[in-house]
Design a protein around this ligand. Structure first.
Ligand code: CA
Ligand code: CA
Length: 234
């Protein structure tokens, strides 16, 4: 909830500071942010990971033994298979932890009520989930489930709306203060709706404008691309 209030406050500041867009900026006030804005979701981690431990006196980066595989699913369930082929299943919970002044995303793997693994994620190394602090064990990304994002639909729920705009603003607020925004590469592409290579409040206001357009008296819900074509012609 605190997060949401921050986003709404940030939105007011950023939208008022945003340059006027070529299309449909006037409609942005019609939309409001009503959903929680968590920039990192389980989709960022969905896929297969290899459980690696250090083989010797070095960190796991230098020499690793593979001792299992972890599959994280889009519904936040997981399946762990150890080297002997024994499997266990459970649920992944996302949280955050402040380590040395930096906010990290933490994944907690629960089998029932039992905490089996705690892994931390850093955007600097998006294909690694660190287990413990010493660099001695990790999950290394194996094959990510490829998720196709469409322009403007950051959370991939087939709707371009205020939730997506707030995710963009949240990302922008984080990255503009040198924090991790938590978007996958696909989400960054989906977020940069004006294609200028930056994810910022201009994109958020364009997403809101698209949402506002679709919310008012138009018979068909347009994709972001369709909306852009329609609003450019108008
Ligand atoms: Ca969406
Ligand atoms: Ca952009």
């Amino acid at each position: 909830m605190k997060n949401m209030i921050t986003i709404i406050a940030a939105m007011g500041i950023m939208l008022s500071a945003a340059p006027v867009n070529a299309f449909c900026a006037a409609d942005t006030a019609a939309a409001s942010v009503t959903a929680e804005a968590d920039t990192i979701d389980i989709m960022s981690f969905a896929g297969k990971w290899t459980h690696q431990v250090s083989k010797g006196n070095t960190t796991v980066d230098m020499s690793a033994a593979n001792i299992g595989t972890m599959e994280i699913n889009a519904d936040a369930s997981y399946k762990y298979t150890d080297a002997e082929g024994r499997t266990s299943t459970g649920t992944v919970k996302l949280g955050s932890e402040n380590i040395g002044g930096t906010e990290f995303t933490v994944l907690s793997f629960y089998e029932g009520a039992e905490l089996k693994f705690t892994a931390s994620y850093s955007e600097r190394r998006p294909d690694v989930l660190s287990l413990g602090n010493g660099g001695l064990a990790q999950f290394a990304r194996d094959t990510a489930i490829s998720v196709a994002y469409s322009l403007g639909d950051i959370n991939n729920d087939n709707a371009v709306n205020a939730v997506d705009a707030s995710k963009v603003l949240s990302y922008y607020a984080m990255t503009s203060t040198n924090k991790e925004g938590g978007f996958t590469d696909a989400q960054k592409k989906a977020a940069d709706v004006n294609g200028d290579g930056y994810v910022n409040s201009v994109d958020a206001s364009n997403i809101l404008a698209c949402y506002a357009y679709n919310s008012t008296s138009h018979s068909k819900v347009l994709s972001f691309e369709e909306y852009r074509t329609a609003s450019t012609k108008a």
